[in-house]
Ligand binder design. Sequence first.
Ligand code: SF4
Length: 575
Amino acid sequence: MTDPETLSVTIVDGYVDEPAHFGVPPYISTYPRYTAGALVDAGVPREQITYHTIDGLRDDTDRWRDVDEADLMIYLGGMTVPGKYVGGTPAEPDEVRKLAWTASGTSLMGGPVKFGVGDENAGATETERQDLDFDFVAKGDVEAAVFDLVESGLEGFNNRMRDVDEVSRWAQEGAFVVEQHPNHPDHLIAELETSRGCAYRCSFCTEPLYGNPSFRPPPTVVGEVDALSDYGVKHFRIGRQADILAYGGDGEAPNPDALRQLYSGIREVAPDLETLHLDNMNPITIVKWPEKSREGIRIIAEHNTPGDTAAFGLESADPVVQEQNNLNVSAEECFEAVRIVNEEGGWRPGEEPTDAPTFGDDAPRRLPKLLPGINLLHGLKGEREETYERNMAFLQRVYDEGYMLRRINIRQVMAFDGTDMSDTGAEIANEHKKLFKRYKKQVREEIDNPMLERVAPPGTVLPDVHLEYHQDGTTFGRQLGTYPLLVGVPGERALGQTIDVAVVDHGYRSVTAVPYPLDLNAASMDELTAIPGIGSSTAGDIVVDRPYESVADAGLDTTVDLSQFVTTRPLERAN
Ligand code: SF4
């Protein structure tokens, strides 16, 4: 029998990406936090719990000693909707195996990895469940398995789910572990869970494997935010649920009172938070209960921070695909939901919410409070060439009728055991690969680019962009938040710092921006030429004729309104 008080435990975070749960840096998912809380609740002292991310292990091989020497090594990971990531690289199956081989103590693997593992982390693949040489695989909730395993003296556990009381306790007791994350404190965003499970049964989705929705009551989520903010977390995303609007209701219909308690409670315990975003809103909820949904969306837009995105799982605008895959929303219904979110959440700080949606010259230069995002999934049953045309037509209609989308996510299906898609597998996705590629390019060029210009016109200020990497003489960074815009700033700036920027130009899914405010008396040639209308000879003249007393003094003729983001510092300070 192993005494929990003497137990040393190492948690390794290989990252997760699930339909309604994200945990690739700068995000930290709920898994390591709940697991650490379950360990403490079972009697393991906090100081004996070590937490590493897989990137942390890659960066410093000495850390593998903690994997080797721990009495209990817990691996958390699994990608059920893999994408491309800037902030971290998820653990590949071979690395996970190496963890199991390295661990001298007991090894346990949990998280969405229980749904299956492909040959690599990629879409259009089939998966199967593997133990990757671990002693134990948690087929229920990993945090419950960890608690029971420690209680049993490392003998074993039943595969069970945790209950609401447990998760409320564990979420708070495990908050301390965030301090061991390499991104702590400034560049870390905590994913918050408000519910699991879904009332619907889309063919490809792993969320229904959690059953019907069960909600965490507002005080337990608010208590967790309180604990996390005590440990220095300032950025939060309410992303672990299938539908934020259904929160605290009967499973399908909205309950605005519960949403109000949740959002106002969070603002009360974390008044200095810098990011409060969400993920996942089901468009069918908005269409079925429009008035209650409008109220819920207003509550969210009042409490959140700008740039928030309500991701809609339209998946396909083709009725044939919709029918064959049990998708719950039609293109027409989704369009209606897009309209309603635009009307209630599409306002910008500094203007009246009733003006929404706003864009164009008169709109304040900040991102809108809450806009819809659209998820499209390819390779589903019944997919045909026409499916691609219908999806394009849907997106074009949203643009043409004057609404905004914050992002369009297009991916190919991954077929998991236990979902309806497992029979079809990756066959259709593979057959349509060429078509998929062509269409994706078309969406990027014809929709994403003009839409981005509508959402974030030149002069839009993006505060607190974290500078992450250099490429071809440009520094790239992002704000912390849900689906943040990729921002390219001319020149190679020191990485790891945070700056305010103003948008000057648009790519397909990224923007070019200059530091905000841009001082005409100090701006570099690269920064000046990034502004549309300023070529290298004008930029050269600007530099030669410095200093200026005012922007007007420079007499520049640009299509972009420079007064919104360009300034001249007092002459005595400029040099
Ligand atoms: S609505 Fe469909 S895709 Fe969304 S969580 Fe539920 S089952 Fe999954």
